[in-house]
Design a protein around this ligand. Structure first.
Ligand SMILES: [Zn+2]
Length: 322
């Protein structure tokens, strides 16, 4: 359940979206790449390469079927209406909550979501590793989902990527100046399927969980280390949970300031009086406190259990002696 944003790959410069108006029953996410090839066709060899690529695109195009709804254009392999309907239901159920949290309830464009049933094709098209379940491209906001994600995690992955899409819509080019850990933290906080496993600050109550200082946190998302990457997602989500609890709506207000071209750090300070560093420090202190409280509760329960055993043992001894 790892996710990368912004995405990368063979449609990096994908400012042109698939046609929303035509709602073709068959389309391809690769079609938007074709216009970018035009300037490159200046000799015979390039013509041949381009022709081969266009033929490959045309060959791939028939595989996609568009299932449109008011909220999203869901592209799934031909005839796979079941998985497309599931995705549409998730989008429809989650969109109002997510849009409110990000603050762009009034500027929504339908999301383009491509659902892959073939994991190999997903990995090839998104150039992702086996750990990635979904990717949102920048700047188009196109979402690519691996449908082989376990059922219990499917909704989480889609919801997570929807947040990236909404942030792209909200901030436009400014999204690249939003720290990656805030972007991922918002996506993780708003989509986490495990509220019961962690406290709202992030710690498993009685375990000392590691945390990454901000410079390492930002790097851990793109790193190859799966453990660090997992910690980065959980910690970012927990930090956003913390901020939303202590300063409700602060991130939404900061995003609103960024829309006007102002930098994130200044808007965060304006919204809640914190810098990214002091946000981390305050969260870390509360996280450690929650961990300590959890440990006290655990020790108390263990103590009561031991006391119960001792009392039972004494009673047995006394009943034997009488
Ligand atoms: Zn993500």
């Amino acid at each position: 359940m790892f996710h990368k944003n912004p995405g990368y790959g063979n449609c990096e410069n994908d400012e042109t979206h698939p046609s929303h108006s035509s709602h073709n029953s068959h389309s391809s996410h690769l079609e938007s790449c074709i216009p970018h090839l035009q300037p490159l066709v200046y000799n015979t060899r390039m013509r041949i390469y381009s022709l081969l690529l266009i033929l490959a695109v045309a060959g791939a195009a028939h595989a996609w079927q568009c299932f449109p709804s008011a909220d999203a254009l869901v592209y799934a392999p031909d005839g796979q209406s079941g998985v497309a309907r599931r995705v549409q239901e998730i989008v429809h159920a989650e969109l109002p909550r997510l849009a409110h949290a990000v603050g762009n309830a009034h500027s929504l464009a339908p999301m383009c979501i491509y659902i892959y049933l073939d994991r190999g094709a997903f990995r090839r098209d998104t150039q992702s590793t086996d750990l990635v379940g979904g990717i949102t491209r920048y700047p188009s906001g196109k979402i690519f989902i691996d449908a082989n994600t376990p059922t219990w995690d499917f909704s989480h992955v889609i919801t997570h990527e929807m947040v990236h899409n909404l942030l792209n819509q909200r901030l436009g080019k400014q999204v690249s100046s939003l720290p990656v850990w805030v972007n991922e933290g918002l996506a993780e906080s708003l989509s986490s399927p495990f509220p019961f496993r962690i406290t709202r600050w992030g710690t498993v109550p009685f375990l000392a969980t590691p945390s990454l200082p901000l410079p390492k946190l930002a790097a851990a998302f793109q790193g190859a280390d799966a453990l660090y990457s997992t910690i980065a997602y959980l910690q970012s989500g927990a930090m956003v949970n913390w901020l939303e609890t202590k300063h409700p709506g602060a991130l939404r207000r900061a995003l609103g300031g960024m829309v006007k071209g102002r930098p994130f750090a200044g808007e965060l300070a304006h919204a809640c009086g914190l810098t990214p560093a002091s946000w981390y420090n305050h969260w870390r202190a509360d996280d450690r406190r929650a961990e300590q409280h959890g440990r006290y509760i655990l020790y108390t329960l263990l103590g009561l259990w031991l006391l119960k055993i001792v009392v039972a043992w004494i009673r047995r001894r006394m009943s034997r002696s009488t």
